[in-house]
Write a protein that binds this ligand. Structure first.
Ligand SMILES: [Zn+2]
Ligand SMILES: [Zn+2]
Length: 388
């Protein structure tokens, strides 16, 4: 396979990963990213199923393939985690074997090894912790205590039982269909760490994402300095005349041509540069989005619920209701129930009028993510007095 084909393959792989990372994000609703995500996750699998059916393989084989696809992409499994770790390891190996020996160079000093080692070590520790940590799984032992961590706001979260786990559902929790379990302060299920992101591992996930964004941008910069160094060592940096056989005369070597010649000699570095450059925008945007919503005091799961509240406000069914005790609560009252509801109320016309019960201010929200509270131990039953 030629170098160009390999680079193109890496570029496509990087774009595929970027689309998988950014596609489900509401920030990209109605954009090319969302359409690309739909093609990758819906259109192409559907096409594969149809093609299988047309091949005459029979319903049994098609059902088996469907089962395998569901097991691979709809259930918790390490497939994409292996892809992620493999890509990471390949990139790190190229960096350590081909770029590291040329740092320092005439563009970067030896002190860069301090931030390089610190960022890599933090990133790896955060990744392992995010993958291995308990995200805040709700089980029979802790369900009751977990329900006391956050109050029910009766707008996004109500007291109810998870139909699958058959356990009380704490406020801010979500049932993860991939892991078949409820998770406290659920952010989302991340296929790249093969774990849910929730109350107890969001900090590791954010640490991993932020340092990965730094690694992509900083790594691309460092690799670029090594490519420039290699260009210099090959004597291609200065003004140079080269023989152009087609024109039959000497022509000046352009900067672009000299870079291409250098990259032709250092293919692995070129591939690493392509991969980092393609991934960097996706990782940086996703990290910024996750940090932003964590600071604003909601999770990815709750963002979807807030969008539903915004839609209900547009439908004119959200009200500030005066409860019998005198307190005011925000409620959704469907049109057919409004006539029968005797409580005094005023209509809500904008999402700004609805307070987020879980917002503790930027620093309070970050503190909650960085130092999540351990649930209070379940109240112990009173010991029965011994019979006399
Ligand atoms: Zn559940
Ligand atoms: Zn999960």
């Amino acid at each position: 396979m030629g170098a160009a084909a390999l680079w193109a393959l890496l570029g496509v792989l990087g774009l595929w990963v970027s689309v998988l990372i950014l596609g489900p994000n509401r920030m990209f609703r109605g954009t090319l990213v969302e359409r690309a995500h739909a093609v990758v996750t819906e259109t192409l699998p559907a096409l594969a199923r149809r093609s299988l059916a047309q091949c005459g393989l029979g319903a049994a084989v098609a059902a088996r393939v469907d089962g395998v696809l569901t097991a691979l992409f709809g259930r918790r499994n390490p497939l994409l985690q292996i892809v992620a770790v493999g890509l990471y390891w390949a990139g790190l190996s190229i960096f350590l074997l081909q770029a590291a020996p040329h740092i320092p160079n005439r563009h970067v000093g030896a002190w860069h090894w301090v931030p390089i080692c610190a960022t890599l070590a933090t990133n790896i520790v955060c990744y392992v912790a995010a993958s291995a940590a308990d995200p805040g799984v709700v089980g029979p032992d802790n369900a009751e205590a977990a329900c006391r961590t956050f109050p029910y706001d009766r707008l996004l979260f109500f007291e109810r039982t998870c139909a699958t786990c058959r356990l009380p559902k704490p406020a801010r929790s979500k049932h993860c269909p991939a892991c078949q379990r409820c998770v406290q302060m659920a952010e989302h299920h991340c296929v790249w760490i093969n774990n849910c992101v929730g109350l107890y591992n969001t900090r590791w996930f954010l640490g991993f994402l932020t340092t990965l964004g730094v690694i992509c941008v900083y790594g691309a910069f460092l690799v670029a300095t090594v490519v420039l160094e290699q260009r210099h060592l090959r004597g291609l940096a200065g003004p140079l005349l080269v023989w152009d056989a087609g024109a039959g005369r000497h022509v000046a070597l352009t900067v672009w041509s000299s870079l291409l010649v250098t990259l032709g000699d250092c293919r692995a570095l070129g591939m690493l540069l392509v991969l980092l450059a393609v991934l960097a925008p996706a990782i940086v945007v996703f990290a910024a989005y996750q940090l932003r919503i964590a600071t604003l005091g909601y999770t990815g799961n709750e963002e979807g619920k807030w969008l539903n509240v915004a839609a209900a406000i547009r439908d004119g069914v959200v009200f500030a209701v005066r409860e019998p005790g005198g307190a005011e609560a925000i409620c959704v009252i469907e049109e057919e129930d409004q006539a029968a509801d005797p409580r005094p109320r005023r209509p809500i016309t904008h999402l700004r009028q609805v307070p987020n019960a879980y917002d503790r201010g930027p620093w309070g929200n970050l503190r909650l993510v960085l130092f999540p509270p351990r649930p209070a131990p379940s109240p112990q039953p009173e010991p029965k007095p011994h019979a006399a």
